[in-house]
Design a protein around this ligand. Structure first.
Ligand SMILES: C[C@H](O)[C@@H](O)[C@@H](O)C(=O)CO
Length: 472
């Protein structure tokens, strides 16, 4: 949950403030109780802001506590210049919250303060309602989680193993723009280092990992050619190598080019990427390390933002096919989805029981296993940060993953590449709108409805929101 600052803004006339002080304290108590009951940690300003100097000192005190978002609360008419001074002393995101109790002009105070902030170009979000309304606490919570996710991007490092794959412009972003807009640095790592380190990986761990995969997977389909124990070992060793490089270089999230060099001459990175994205491996539970296939930079950035909001692994998939007769999309990556998506269980055995490791297909002469499963059903938030004419936009929609009886799943998978993982998605957008406008070949998804947080995150990142729905 989030850490939320709360500061009440008051009237600068001593006699008015004295009359209203208890009313303000009461509204603040209701708000704080409601946020605390919603599971947030609240940092309260020591006293209501009724002078210019208090505006600065109270705001500095709350900012020093390292809050994700600061709420300025308007229960009464409040002098707007107090908001301006307090906002200047607050580096993080701001919410102006008006109490809609009509006995006092709180709404007027919020509008006057918001207008003043608009005049100086200070971004803020405005909310209004009864301070003890749980719906309001939920809205503030969404903003706070978004703010924490956005803040966590700043100062982070993306590890880019290899460069642009197969001429894919949508996989490459401008590193200056990333630093300026998102605060993310890009560390370039040659795939040669990955191969070199993989060859030196601890063979004891490789053996343990392969035995664990063989014991838990629905099947490991060795064919003596494209998938052999030696090739699976090579994929596992690549995981070990990248895990060590991540630790050494303090990488926060990564992408691996793979095609064509590794997929022609070494092995596919599917097993490697799947377990980096998973919340576990053969050693037990671990942190998700977001890793994009094809070193897709905007894909990885989207995934990292989604991950910081949901706390779960994030789907990376090609938008492979639209089954127009069913209004279903086959989201199917060229070899890996995190195995967690198979059953979305904390217990790896439950997920792996639905995962098959198949020999790679004709695209990939070097071979290895592709990590196959059909994603478990449920509501999903899907989208991606894409760029139009140099400007980032967040393309966002809700959807539902569906799974059918074995015969139907098979029939649908056979129409594309059955060896690869599939997520059958019913998207809340007409097929023609999606195809005419989506800005990439890759899409990303997290379980549940996280649109409120992502809308707030887009605003904080100064990214245009491009949201679709069929609802009128
Ligand atoms: C197999 C192809 O080379 C794929 O990698 C291609 O369909 C993609 O995944 C593009 O994102």
């Amino acid at each position: 949950m989030a850490r939320i600052g709360v500061i009440s803004i008051s009237d600068g006339r001593d006699h008015v403030h004295a009359r209203n002080a208890e009313f303000i304290r009461g509204k603040q108590r209701e708000l704080v109780r409601s946020l605390t009951e919603a599971g947030h940690e609240v940092v309260e300003g020591g006293e209501a802001v009724a002078t210019n100097s208090l505006a600065v000192s109270v705001a500095r005190e709350v900012a020093a506590a390292g809050v994700d978002v600061t709420v300025f609360s308007y229960a009464v008419w409040s002098f707007p210049h107090f908001t301006m001074l307090a906002a200047d002393a607050t580096r993080g995101p701001l919410i102006l919250l008006a109490s809609t109790d009509p006995t006092e002009p709180g709404l007027v105070g919020m509008l006057a303060a918001g207008g003043a902030l608009d005049q100086i170009g200070r971004a803020h979000t405005r909310l209004w309602g009864a301070p003890d309304d749980p719906a309001l606490a939920a809205e503030i919570g969404s903003h706070a989680r978004a703010a924490a996710a956005v803040a966590s991007l700043r100062g982070s490092t993306f590890g880019r193993f290899g460069g642009r794959p197969m001429g894919m412009n949508t996989a490459v972003a401008n590193t200056d723009q990333w630093m300026r807009q998102f605060g993310v640095d890009v560390e370039e790592i040659d795939q040669y280092e990955l191969v070199l380190r993989a060859e030196k990986a601890d063979p004891g761990e490789t053996a343990k990992a392969r035995a664990w995969i063989e014991a838990h997977a629905a099947g490991v389909h060795y064919d003596g050619d494209k998938l052999t124990p030696e090739l699976l070992d090579r994929q596992i060793r690549s995981y070990q190598a990248i895990r060590d490089i991540i630790a050494e270089r303090h990488l926060d999230f990564s992408g691996i080019k793979g095609q064509p060099e590794l997929t022609e001459h070494y092995a596919t990175m599917d097993v490697t990427e799947a377990f980096l994205n998973d919340p576990y491996d053969w050693n037990g539970p671990k942190d998700v390390h977001i890793t994009a296939t094809e070193a897709d930079m905007d894909g990885a950035l989207t995934m990292q933002l989604f991950h910081k909001i949901s706390g779960t692994p994030v789907l990376f998939a090609d938008v492979r096919h639209y089954h127009a007769d069913r209004d279903i999309w086959d989201l199917c990556n060229s070899g890996q989805h995190a195995t967690w998506f198979a059953a979305r269980s904390d217990d790896p055995a439950q997920n792996l029981a639905k995962v098959n490791f198949y020999p790679e297909v004709f695209f990939f002469p070097a071979g290895g296993a592709s990590v196959h499963h059909v994603a478990a059903p449920g509501q999903m938030t899907l989208g991606r940060l894409t760029r139009k004419d140099g400007r980032y936009r967040l393309q966002l929609m809700l959807g539902e993953f569906e799974s059918y009886d074995d015969e139907t799943n098979e029939a649908l998978m056979r129409q594309s590449t059955p060896e690869w993982p599939h997520a059958f998605a019913r998207l809340d957008v007409p097929g023609e709108v999606f195809l005419a406008n989506f800005g990439a070949n890759h899409i990303h998804a997290i379980p549940g409805d996280h649109r409120a947080e992502l809308r707030a995150a887009a605003k904080l990142l100064d990214v245009e929101l491009n949201e679709w729905t069929r609802a009128v």
